[in-house]
Structures are given as structure tokens and as C-alpha cells.
Design a protein around this ligand. Structure first.
Ligand SMILES: *[C@@H]1O[C@H](CO)[C@@H](O)[C@H](O)[C@H]1NC(C)=O
Ligand SMILES: *[C@@H]1O[C@H](CO)[C@@H](O)[C@H](O)[C@H]1NC(C)=O
Ligand SMILES: *[C@@H]1O[C@H](CO)[C@@H](O)[C@H](O)[C@H]1NC(C)=O
Ligand SMILES: *[C@@H]1O[C@H](CO)[C@@H](O)[C@H](O)[C@H]1NC(C)=O
Length: 460
């Protein structure tokens, strides 16, 4: 097309041609479903950091800069969640039963239902079981590039070549693949070629929850630990969601279980996260429904990984100590004026990040999340969509500011103040003093060990 040439001949024709081009652009550009910010641990990172929807490599320097011009970053510990993944085999079975039910029973005039029935196929297979998808690799490649742009003196070519950046990961495939993708992104950005990728697998740091016997027994395997979630499944709020979905699909209400409602919610989330599609399935739910389903997932994380039980938080004691050991080492060497490690990048799970956040007192609500108080908890801090989307990241950054060391915390590339500390980047020693009880105690073996006598689950 030659618009200039056309312009001289026929203005109206040009306008028509332009509007076709514009229509094409807006058509091919993904419209993100309105419910995309409620998907909890299945949120896309760019739906939590909206400016990334337009430019995935954008870094807001005023948000991510040092606490003052007199400060320079001297050390970074980054605790990351793996990127976008396939559903687990268990969830894939739930998606399949929703699909089967809709194919067999749904009727009604909705245009999108027609589309599902004639054009959508159940393409998820059980062997996909939680593996990292292509988009998940992109998540980490892009995160690496943004972090290198944010902390150019730490995530530098010299530090990479000098092996002053350490990479740790959980043994799960999706985490190992994430850390490799992160390294690829970093090597590409820093134009490093021919250097191999090295990482260490450490499950006692990144999958501590599996190794904490008390947690496994009292929470993970307990039939009653998640009772608030069970109660919420039959709440008036959930009933409302079921009824609305039943009527949209014209399927008898009794056939729409809370599991199936959730399957539709997840299907919408997976089609968006994995295939960048605004799926027809998203039409089965509206924003009011999404808020209810988000709360259900937050309840689960709260009681299983967050403040619900003390052991959830305490199970992360080793990771907490490891974090401060790294900061301590960096500060020690810094005070001696020696070069040392610049950064640690460690990849785990939402189940790794939430207990650590809770142990350190971040995003704690005044009262517990329960099945009864959905409406009063609307403004809650513990909102997993914001906390642990795919590729979520906790950044602990040590700064040198005129002979003082300061520590700043960022969650998902936004600064967050340490609880009950008035400064955005308090003195490192002040932070240590604040956590002194945990630093002196919080012994993983002691917290996680079960009493010698045959342990009875007496909780609740
Ligand atoms: C960057 O962050 C600042 C807050 O520090 C905000 O005011 C500004 O809108 C952000 N810029 C973009 C492009 O998001
Ligand atoms: C099915 O997909 C085809 C090709 O994209 C489209 O033309 C058709 O309208 C779709 N059918 C329905 C019922 O949405
Ligand atoms: C994992 O990290 C912990 C804490 O830093 C350390 O004590 C342990 O030796 C490491 N384990 C492996 C297998 O490297
Ligand atoms: C939520 O419910 C719990 C118990 O059901 C109660 O202790 C708490 O105060 C409630 N929170 C609010 C904000 O009402």
C-alpha cells in the first residue's frame, strides 16, 4: 500500500483503507478478558503489572531506582516463581469433565456457546502435567532482561563471566526450565556467548514444604485444615456463581458443581496464559463471579501457605536464614572493601514465596480470612493474584548509601515497605534488629519435627 500516492488521488479511499488497517490492528490485538486480574496463582505477570502489556521489557526507573541518588546497589537476592505452566494432570481431568458436560448438556442461544460446541476441542492431555510452556520461558527471559536493566551493576557481563551470580532452583522441571530461560535472557541481553549455564538444585531451600513433617501432617494431609475452603464452597456467594453459570449454559443447576465452576475459571485463565487467547469459555463467568472464585483460592492459600497456621510460615525458616546469610556475607565483604557475589537468583514455587512473605510479616490482614467474611475482606492485603502470579518475584536489594547499608524490598518489581518500618529502604541493621527473634530462632528442624509419640492431629 502506498498511502501518499493514494492521498493525491482520492481522500475517501485513503480513509477507507486506513480504517481497514486500523480494524485489522485492533482485531488482531488481544482483548484481555475482564476477569484476568482475578486468577490468583494463574494470573499472567503482565496482568499484575499492566504497563508490561504494551512493552514487556519496560522498566519504570522511578519506581525501581535506588532509595536516593547517593545509593548504589551492592547485592541482590531474587526469589522467583517459575513461569507460565500447563495445568496439572488432576486439573486437566477437571477441565475434561467440564468440556464433556457442556458438549452433552449445554444448550441455549449464546453465540459463544455455539462457538465452543462447534469449534473448541479439548486439547489438554494429562502428560502436560504442570510443565513449563513456551510462554513460561518467555516470562523468565523477559524478567532477566528487565532485572539486568534495573540493576546494571549487579546483573552485569563481568559478574556473569566472573561467576558472581549464583543460580539455584527447585528440582521440578518447570523451575529448572525457568532458571535456564532466565540465564538465556541474561546471556542474550549482556551479549555473552559460549559460556555454559550452571545452576544448583536445592529442594531443602526451594521445596522446604515437602520436607517439613509437621506441615505435611498437620496441614497438607489433614482432612480439616482447609475447612474454611470447604465451607465457602457451599456459601451463598458460591451458590450464586453456580446458579448464574447453570443459567448461561442452560444446564440443570444440580450438575454444576463448584469444581466445574472452577474448571471454567481455570480454562479461561489457561487459554489466556498459554495461548494468549480471550477464550469463549471466559463468557461463562462475569467479574462478580471472578471475585468470589478469587476469594476461594485466596482462602486456600491463606490456610495452606499463609497466615492460617504458624507452621506454614515456619516451614520457610531455612530459606529465611539462607537469605540473611547471603545478605550478611555481602555486607561483611562490602565492609572489608572486597568484591564478592553480586546476586543470587533462586527459582521455586508459589508455595515457596507465600510462606516466606508470611514469615516476614508482609500482607498480613488484621483478621483472618474465613468462609463467612468474603464481603468484609474485599480490601484484603492477602490477594494471591497480586502476590504470586506466574514469574512472581521477591527482590531483596542491599544498597550502599554514604557509608551506610540499606535494604529495600520489591515484590513483582514494585517497592513494598517492610512491615512496621517507616522507611522505604531502612538501614540494613534496623531490618536485622526487626527480625532478630527469627534470626536467633526459627529453627527448621525444631519447628518441623513431630513429637516422638504417635502424633495425633488435635488441631481444630
Ligand atoms: C512509574 O512509576 C511512577 C511512580 O513512581 C508513576 O507515577 C508512573 O506513572 C509510572 N510510569 C509508568 C509508565 O508506568
Ligand atoms: C468456527 O470457526 C470458523 C473459522 O474460524 C468461523 O468462521 C465460524 O464462525 C466459527 N463457528 C462458530 C459457531 O463460532
Ligand atoms: C541447600 O542449601 C542449604 C542452605 O544454604 C545448605 O545447607 C545445603 O547444603 C544445600 N543443599 C544442597 C544439596 O546443596
Ligand atoms: C472474619 O471472620 C473471623 C471468624 O469467622 C473473625 O474472627 C474475623 O473478625 C472476621 N473478620 C472481619 C474483618 O470481620
Amino acid at each position: 500500500m502506498k498511502p501518499v500516492h493514494l492521498l493525491s488521488r482520492n481522500k475517501h479511499f485513503v480513509m477507507a483503507a486506513l480504517s481497514i488497517v486500523m480494524a485489522h490492528v485492533s482485531y488482531s490485538k488481544l482483548t484481555v478478558p475482564a476477569i484476568a486480574t482475578y486468577f490468583g496463582t494463574k494470573c499472567r505477570y503482565e496482568d499484575v503489572n499492566l504497563h508490561l502489556r504494551d512493552d514487556i521489557l519496560f522498566v519504570n526507573k522511578s519506581l525501581m531506582g535506588p532509595p536516593s541518588a547517593a545509593c548504589k546497589a551492592v547485592h541482590l537476592v531474587a526469589v522467583l516463581r517459575h513461569g507460565t505452566r500447563y495445568p496439572t494432570a488432576k486439573n486437566i481431568r477437571k477441565l475434561a469433565s467440564l468440556y464433556d458436560l457442556v458438549m452433552a448438556e449445554a444448550s441455549g442461544p449464546a453465540w459463544w456457546l455455539e462457538g465452543i460446541k462447534s469449534n473448541w476441542t479439548m486439547w489438554y492431555t494429562e502428560d502436560m502435567d504442570g510443565k513449563l510452556v513456551t510462554k513460561g520461558k518467555e516470562d523468565h527471559r523477559h524478567l532477566a532482561i528487565r532485572l539486568a536493566k534495573t540493576f546494571p551493576t549487579l546483573m552485569s557481563r563481568d559478574n556473569l563471566l566472573g561467576e558472581r551470580i549464583e543460580f539455584l532452583t527447585s528440582s521440578k522441571h518447570r523451575c529448572v526450565d525457568s532458571v535456564k530461560a532466565f540465564q538465556e535472557g541474561l546471556h542474550q541481553h549482556l551479549d555473552v556467548r559460549g559460556l555454559g549455564f550452571t545452576h544448583y538444585v536445592n529442594d531443602s531451600l526451594m521445596r522446604f514444604f515437602d520436607q517439613c513433617q509437621r506441615f505435611v501432617e498437620d496441614v497438607e494431609n489433614s482432612k480439616t485444615a482447609l475447612k474454611e475452603v470447604e465451607i465457602f464452597k457451599t456459601s451463598v456467594e458460591m451458590e450464586g456463581v453456580r446458579r448464574k453459570m447453570a443459567s448461561r449454559l442452560q444446564i440443570p443447576h444440580s450438575l454444576i458443581t463448584s469444581d466445574l465452576v472452577e474448571a471454567a475459571f481455570f480454562l479461561c485463565s489457561y487459554e489466556l496464559a498459554i495461548k494468549s487467547e480471550n477464550s469463549l469459555w471466559c463468557n461463562t463467568l462475569d467479574e462478580v463471579d471472578a471475585e468470589v472464585l478469587e476469594y476461594k483460592n485466596d482462602l486456600k492459600q491463606y490456610w495452606k501457605r499463609g497466615y492460617g497456621y504458624d507452621i506454614n510460615r515456619k516451614s520457610s525458616c531455612s530459606l529465611f536464614h539462607d537469605l540473611f546469610r547471603r545478605l550478611e556475607e555481602a555486607s561483611h565483604y562490602y565492609r572489608l572493601g572486597k568484591a564478592t557475589k553480586a546476586a543470587t537468583v533462586q527459582v521455586g514455587h508459589a508455595e515457596t514465596l507465600l510462606p516466606l512473605l508470611s514469615l516476614m510479616g508482609f500482607f498480613r490482614d488484621k483478621t483472618p480470612l474465613t468462609a463467612e467474611n468474603f464481603s468484609v475482606q474485599r480490601g484484603r492485603k492477602f490477594r494471591t493474584s497480586q502476590l504470586v502470579p506466574y514469574a512472581a518475584n521477591l527482590l531483596f536489594v542491599l544498597y550502599e548509601c554514604r557509608d551506610e547499608l540499606r535494604l529495600q524490598f520489591f515484590l513483582n518489581e514494585k517497592p513494598v515497605q517492610f512491615p512496621s518500618m517507616g522507611h522505604p529502604a531502612p538501614l540494613y541493621d534496623t531490618v536485622r534488629a526487626h527480625y532478630s527473634k527469627l534470626l536467633q530462632g526459627c529453627d527448621f528442624n525444631k519447628e518441623c519435627e513431630l513429637p516422638k509419640v504417635n502424633h495425633m492431629n488435635t488441631e481444630l
